[in-house]
Design a protein around this ligand. Structure first.
Ligand SMILES: [Zn+2]
Ligand SMILES: [Zn+2]
Length: 257
């Protein structure tokens, strides 16, 4: 009798192998960086500030990536962010550390985001231009489905234990570390090129897709590039230039100097 080996066995992580042991955190970091860059390039610079125009293929690719890795609804993200720009560090700012305290925003950023999303009429008021289409209605508005599919795909490729660890590590890095650091530290401590209440962190910018050059961003919200000095690096910018060179997006605004 012929015996077939278990089809998924070869794709599972072999935990005794040191290279496999490092694969899980590396993959978690890579997924988080992909989600961070998609958030900065697509949701922030593209949709919220109209600094970039996406090719339809790029638009769907970014939405798919964000659906699988964050489950966020683009209308809500844009609305909450535009409200932040409307009431920077004043009553009405959804996540100001100057009003709420640094640690409350750092630790409970996701709570303040959800609370802001629940405000009646928020999307209609702040993001009327981000109109839900058929893909939103069928798939991308179902955040939990996207997250479930993303986690399921990881488990299928890496095995259940490694997939769960990689997925949960990514979630913790995105929700509890990087996104809160942009909102909390970005309005708390750092350097300033311009006279506003936001701050720059050149070091953090390397891992936040350039978002931690927050003082520069508040001075020029519609600039597609967040770095303005030779000592600052905006990791999203080379990605934007590469996508523009391939005709996958159009840079609409002149970079700030
Ligand atoms: Zn800000
Ligand atoms: Zn902004």
């Amino acid at each position: 009798m012929c015996e077939f080996p278990y089809a998924g066995a070869e794709s599972q992580i072999h935990w005794r192998d040191l290279s496999s042991f490092w694969l899980v955190p590396l993959l978690a970091v890579a997924i988080t960086q992909a989600a961070v860059l998609a958030t900065s390039i697509y949701l922030h610079r593209g949709l919220a500030h109209h600094a970039l125009r996406m090719h339809p293929v790029t638009d769907v690719a970014f939405r798919l990536l964000l659906w699988l890795t964050t489950g966020q609804r683009r209308q809500q993200w844009v609305a909450v962010h535009r409200k932040h720009h409307t009431f920077v560090d004043r009553e009405g700012d959804p996540h100001s550390p100057r009003l709420l305290g640094f640690w409350r925003v750092q630790l409970f950023n996701v709570y303040y985001y959800i609370a802001a999303c629940r405000e009646r009429g928020l999307v209609a008021k702040y993001a009327p231009d981000v109109v839900p289409d058929r893909l939103d209605r069928l798939f991308f508005s179902r955040g939990l489905l996207g997250l479930g599919l993303g986690l399921g795909a990881l488990c299928l490729v890496m095995g259940v234990r490694a997939g769960l660890i990689a997925g949960l590590t990514h979630a913790a890095l995105y929700v509890l570390v990087l996104a809160p650091l942009i909102n909390a530290l970005g309005h708390w401590r750092g350097t300033r090129n311009y006279n506003n209440t936001a701050c720059n962190s050149r070091v953090l910018a390397w891992v936040t897709g350039g978002e931690s050059l927050h003082n520069n961003h508040h001075a020029n919200p519609r600039a597609p590039k967040f770095s303005v000095r030779a000592s600052e690096f905006d990791p999203s910018w080379p990605c934007i230039r590469a996508l523009a060179a391939m005709g996958l997006l159009v840079i609409d605004r002149v970079p700030a100097r």
